[in-house]
Design a protein around this ligand. Structure first.
Ligand SMILES: [Zn+2]
Ligand SMILES: [Zn+2]
Length: 149
């Protein structure tokens, strides 16, 4: 599972996120940082509701709008992705690599892997302006595919 990070790689991903925000002049507030930390520490996609629970003992017992604003920030910064099909979020272990992202969602264990790159450009109908594209693949992760082989 992609998100099973050791505390070492968790802190180095957070450090990269901090540098990225500093470089762009973005404010990684304590709540935003904590949400990112919760996403990265989770072993799979996390729902906003669970983030809310996770924030409880922390800075500013967060309200739903606070969590959604933090998630919006993280997604715009490229530090998190939304898994539309699950209505849940993952922290980006690549800390804002540019390019599109494709998500691979395991129907068996619920793990999500991501791959950055440049997906084939969508062939939009004439006159269409695309703001955002979501590419999600469903199947079994390598571990689950091995088990059922
Ligand atoms: Zn990513
Ligand atoms: Zn799996």
């Amino acid at each position: 599972m992609r998100n099973m990070q050791s505390s070492d790689s968790l802190s180095s991903t957070l450090a990269r996120a901090e540098k990225l925000c500093a470089r762009h002049g973005w404010k990684l507030t304590p709540v935003r940082r904590r949400v990112l930390e919760l996403l990265l520490a989770a072993d799979g996609p996390v729902k906003a509701y669970d983030l809310l629970e996770g924030l409880k003992p922390g800075p500013g017992a967060a309200k739903p709008p606070t969590v959604y604003r933090a998630l919006d920030f993280l997604m715009q910064a490229g530090l998190a992705h939304k898994v539309e099909a699950l209505n849940a979020y993952i922290g980006c272990v690549h800390a804002a690599e540019t390019g599109g992202v494709e998500l691979y969602i395991c129907a068996n264990c619920g793990s999500v892997e991501e791959r950055h790159g440049a997906p084939a450009p969508a062939k939009a109908p004439a006159g269409w302006a695309i703001d955002r594209s979501v590419v999600e693949h469903y199947g079994r992760c390598s571990a689950c595919a091995r088990l059922s082989a």
